[in-house]
Design a protein around this ligand. Sequence first.
Ligand SMILES: Nc1ncnc2c1ncn2[C@@H]1O[C@H](COP(=O)(O)OP(=O)(O)OP(=O)(O)O)[C@@H](O)[C@H]1O
Length: 517
Amino acid sequence: MADPRIGQLLSNRYQLIQLIGRGAMGQVYKAEDVLLGGVIVAVKFLSQTLLTRKMRDRFRSEARTCALLSTKSMHIVRVMDYGVDDQEVPYYVMEYLEGNSLSDVIGVQNLPLPRFLSLARQICAGLQCAHQGITIEGTTYPIIHRDIKPSNILVIQDPGFGELVKILDFGISKLLQSDASQTSSYMGTLAYSSPEQMEGRELDARSDIYSLGVLLYEMLTGKMPLKADTHSFGGWYKTHHFQAPEPFEAISPSAKVPKILESLVMSCLAKLPQDRPDTIEDILKALEPLEQRYNATRQISHRIGEALLRRPVVTPPRDPNGLSPDEACQLTTWPKNKPIAQIVFPHILETKRETSATLWVMLSQQEIENIQIGKLYNQFFKTFLCIQSPHPVIMWVTALYNQLQHKDGNPRWLKCFLDLKTEQGQKLTRLLIEKESYYILFFAIEDPHHCAYVMPLQTTPMQRSQLLEWMLASQTWASVGNAATSKELLKTEFEKAKPKIIAELANRDSQIKTLLP
Ligand SMILES: Nc1ncnc2c1ncn2[C@@H]1O[C@H](COP(=O)(O)OP(=O)(O)OP(=O)(O)O)[C@@H](O)[C@H]1O
């Protein structure tokens, strides 16, 4: 029988074209947004069999959760609209994603390590954002997905990004601090559910970390970590509580997974929540050195360089007479339009050879000399903070600590802002990602006419992927206020992070002291 929904026009706007699939909660259709000239979207309806008041509320909450979360992470499917059809069936409208579900990707082959690492990081980035929560009327609510499994993860081919992960279906997520009675009935997918989820207990982020462990195991070995005798609630209850996952070697000898990665996945699969990583951030931190070793992020940023950037930062052909950035820095002079004062500003430095992101800093001659003399004692901490609203801005912080100079333990803070709605802000962000480094140009207040010292600094793969996310997402972020307000908010956030940075620098400093003769 023909589907009566095909051809229907919802809210005078979305024309349904074709059924894409059915899940536990409803049906998903491909549709055209006629108001926007036929842009393809996906429309999800709540199933006819679930049209109770409670389910309607839950469905609306799924739409709201996704809509709020997707403004914060490009790894969560974007939800744009919500409504009811003429039969009073609720629906919500999402971006249409043409891609493969992770279950298809896993089904084909064991994932090579760089690909695994790239996909895993993106899944973690989306989940981390959900766990950090959404703010409703001034209160932040962490969001637990509760149904992390391959079919809820779509892998799409983005022309610039390469493989881009999107998490779907926050259908059974709930606002952690909301009414606990709302989700009394069991929902979830048995093979991926944590032991505590099967017990119907109150869940926190560590339950998603368990499901993520099942998923990561499957991605690395092509097999499930646990097998139930019977595919029933009772069978899986026993399995999740008492069965130990097989070591990788026993189950997939050809997988060649580094031991450290296997231990990470196994720790996610611990039976007790307190034996798992506490947060997704811990997992991302553990993945970072592996990404560095297997070059996964690098591959992504290279692809971006090739395809995404409309105006890629092209390195001109090597000119043997051209200047290296280092040499160029030595020859630059403090701009006439800047005051002779202890200030910091970002600048795109173009030389015949290449274009670089640079920070121009004016300090006293003495401080610069101490930095130069005490090279071995210099400690750096680089960090980036970003705010989307009211106006998308990145705060770029370099903390420089030198025990000769900063005897009170307070580093020299070099801070500036990148406005993501300006060409300069976008270009500097791109350079920080692509060049994997930036230069600090020091000018002495006593002699501003030439650059006194140049220092190259590296950005980490984690920082680059974070910058990349912000840069891409900012193309869809609207500015609803002025940049100055965003800067003030970032400064407040930064003040909160300061003690941690100081402690980190002090810790590194004591390590360096024990290494030096
Ligand atoms: N935004 C989207 N763009 C394209 N396809 C989508 C989109 N959202 C969902 N789909 C596809 O629609 C189908 C149904 O998705 P849905 O999320 O309702 O259920 P499910 O994840 O398959 O199952 P369950 O709800 O039981 O977990 C799936 O094949 C899914 O890949």
